[in-house]
Design a binder for this molecule. Structure first.
Ligand SMILES: Cc1ncc(COP(=O)(O)O)c(C=O)c1O
Length: 429
């Protein structure tokens, strides 16, 4: 915790001054009953979902929480998007519109389906995909849009759904960072044909490191997704686990199954979403209140019609006041004992795998003819996505942070920003 002395010490820790904080912030995730649940599964000897019932229970509870008919548990958020796109029939010759400012797991599933990602630019306030740019990116080959609800802030779904309706496109929502976030009062993940979630280690809820879920109200898509994530296998009664096993495979499938340990942990975690979200929002709003009057930083924007769940707390540098790159500001904040990093330093359309169209084997498949008849080139042309990494600083947010922790975070940011602003204004005179 911070002392008055540290609060008033102006010399930055990166320059040998006293850091604002010397003890680590509370780490995330935190498991308690989850550990007993996992041990119980391990002791039972039923570890695969075909043997036990925890994954099925988790799916049922997840579907009930989201008010949808079907939930399909998978091994990761990336697998969820892959299975969802495959269930929708996305394949060679198609393209899919993705956001350029994100983790690559939102886009690689497109390629793994044999299709081509086309990246759209970003809204500079929410950092979500910009519907205006989406419209410009549609080609005769476009089959779907994958909007991400980034950092826990819902994307502009009204506009995206309208674009999808007008152009006969599917929407697969990437809600990997936004469990429990709402748009116009409704949970995200429930707007598109399918919604996808990640339970990776530090997500809003997690299932022991890895895990994912797909939700949908469409019976046909749910059936396809169940088969595709399980070797494309069909059982005698048409279900994918309960019937007699025929080793009969009508579809190309994968092994993307969730384990029983993950299912048992997920079942416990799911009940905690409302509390976790309340605490994340309280902490983020406390921090934003503290930062609101600090020159040089812009706290996260929360549109009126959404509930942002603050998976991460993203600060934007105000370029009217401070010119230093985010990487340097983040290093200085980290030195004060508050972990801070850049957010997604390389936009997706500038990742070498896309710029050089590195595809299957040693080929450029599926980015070029004869697989894809459109023209796609990566590397530039998305000005907001290209400038954001220089402007954004990511502060970890979690439900365990206390008011004192938030105060330390605010003090570290204030100390660093004030120092750099004063340096810049000196150098101008
Ligand atoms: C927005 C987004 N999409 C997709 C993924 C992929 O999820 P996973 O890491 O569970 O495969 C992540 C993950 O971390 C993510 O943040």
């Amino acid at each position: 915790m911070m002392t008055q002395n540290k609060k008033t010490s102006k010399k930055l820790a990166i320059h040998g001054g006293t850091p604002v904080r010397t003890t680590p912030l509370p780490s995330w995730p935190q498991y308690d009953e989850e550990i007993d649940a996992a041990i119980q599964v391990l002791r039972s000897g039923k570890h695969a979902r075909q043997s036990g019932s925890y994954v099925s229970q988790f799916e049922e509870a997840f579907a009930a929480y989201f008010g949808v008919k079907y939930a399909i548990a998978v091994s990761s958020g990336t697998a969820a998007i892959h299975v969802a796109l495959a269930a929708l029939g996305v394949g060679p010759g198609d393209d899919v519109i993705n956001t350029a400012h994100c983790f690559i797991g939102t886009a690689t599933p497109v390629v793994h389906c044999g299709a081509v990602p086309i990246f759209a630019d970003i809204d500079p306030r929410t950092f979500n995909i910009d519907p205006v740019s989406v419209r410009q990116k549609i080609t005769p080959y476009t089959k779907a849009i994958v909007p991400v609800h980034l950092n826990g802030c819902p994307a502009d779904l009204d506009s995206l759904l309208e674009i999808a309706r007008q152009n006969h496109l599917f929407i697969v929502e990437d809600a990997a960072q936004a469990h429990g976030a709402t748009y116009n009062g409704r949970l995200v993940g429930t707007f598109g044909e399918m919604g996808c979630f990640s339970f990776w280690e530090d997500k809003i809820i997690s299932t022991a490191g890895e895990g994912g879920m797909i939700i949908t109200n469409d019976e046909h898509l749910a059936k396809r997704a169940k088969m595709i994530h399980h070797h494309g296998e069909l059982r005698r009664d048409g279900d994918y686990y309960q019937g007699e096993r025929l080793y009969y495979h009508p579809f190309l499938g994968y092994n993307f199954r969730m384990t029983e340990v993950q299912g048992a942990i997920g079942l416990v975690q799911l009940k905690k979403i409302p509390t976790y979200i309340t605490l994340r929002r309280r902490n983020a709003h406390l921090l934003s209140q503290r930062l609101r009057d600090i020159e040089g930083v812009i706290p996260p924007y929360e549109p009126d019609n959404v509930t942002h769940v603050f998976y991460k707390y993203i600060l934007k540098l105000d370029r009217k006041v401070i010119q230093l790159p985010a990487v340097d500001v983040a290093k200085a904040i980290s030195a004060e004992g508050i972990p801070a990093t850049r957010r997604y330093p390389t936009p997706l359309h500038q990742q070498p795998v896309f710029v050089e169209k590195r595809g299957f084997g040693n080929t450029n498949a599926p980015f070029v003819e004869p697989w894809y008849k459109g023209q796609v080139s990566y590397g530039s042309g998305l000005p907001v996505a290209e400038s954001l990494p220089n402007d954004l600083i990511m502060i970890r947010m979690n439900p365990l942070l206390s008011e004192e922790d938030i105060e330390d975070i605010a003090c570290a940011i204030q100390k660093v920003i004030s120092f750099f602003i004063s340096q810049e204004s000196h150098s101008l005179h």
